[in-house]
Design a protein around this ligand. Sequence first.
Ligand code: COA
Length: 259
Amino acid sequence: MTTGRITLDIGGGIARLTIRRADKLNALDAGMVDAIVGLCRQIEHSTVRVAIMTGEGDKSFSAGGDISAWSGWSPEDFGRHWVRDGHAAFDALARLSVPLIAVLNGHCLGGGLELAACADLRIAEAHVRIGQPETALGIIPGWSGTQRAVRRFGSQIVRRMALFGETFGAEDAARLGLVDQVVARGEGIAAAETIAARVLSRAPRATELTKMLVNAAEGEETARVLESFAGTIAAASPDLAEGLAAFREKRQPCYGQEE
Ligand code: COA
């Protein structure tokens, strides 16, 4: 399955998302951002149990949002579309029901870091460079780089990158908790496949529910998690069957009498 410059391949219980714009270091333009929501929906409607996301080539995971496109946006549209659409896309990724592993195979900057922050696990290849250069360009980290990134990595790390311009290599990133594992250049996907196999060996429903609970604990999607759990319980109750039957038969529902 392909949507423009981001491809989705599904097989063996694993969804593989690849950003395919290597000539621009996998910078994300508006069309790519828009595609992410639909791709996430395809993953949700499939039977996959784990997802892996990486960038094309061996130089860059993603060098962030497409800087060259920014001059075409009015300030209002920048906030209304660029930032808002980015949030919708990255929220969908962070809230995938299956665990998401990011393989950071090079530059992971700005929007690239915000993208990586959506994953449940980050594997860094040895040559990775991680940072938030936005304020040097006169813009803010607007795809949740001051929000989800703070929740997931801690505010001090974000301060160091976003306010002071620090860029971290793989070992420092692992020490600071920005990434979970460091592997040699070119070995990220193999490492991710090994971890994905471990996910596949575990119970899918319990894994999904646990991810939802961890996300809720982080404030990632508390409202949806609450309503999902309640919705599942309500849908399993005989009341729903009676309510639907009454609607179909054009009568008042009978939910039983109080003792
Ligand atoms: N948006 C648009 N295009 C980008 C890009 C971005 N974020 N990052 C890289 N590119 C493009 C470059 O313009 C260049 O295109 P060109 O060949 O048509 O000139 C191509 O990708 C290769 O990048 P280049 O700068 O030549 O590679 P490099 O190895 O010399 O430098 C970086 C790599 C990552 C240090 C440098 O590309 C860079 O600073 N990119 C911007 C990173 C950034 O500020 N991201 C935050 C945005 S949210």
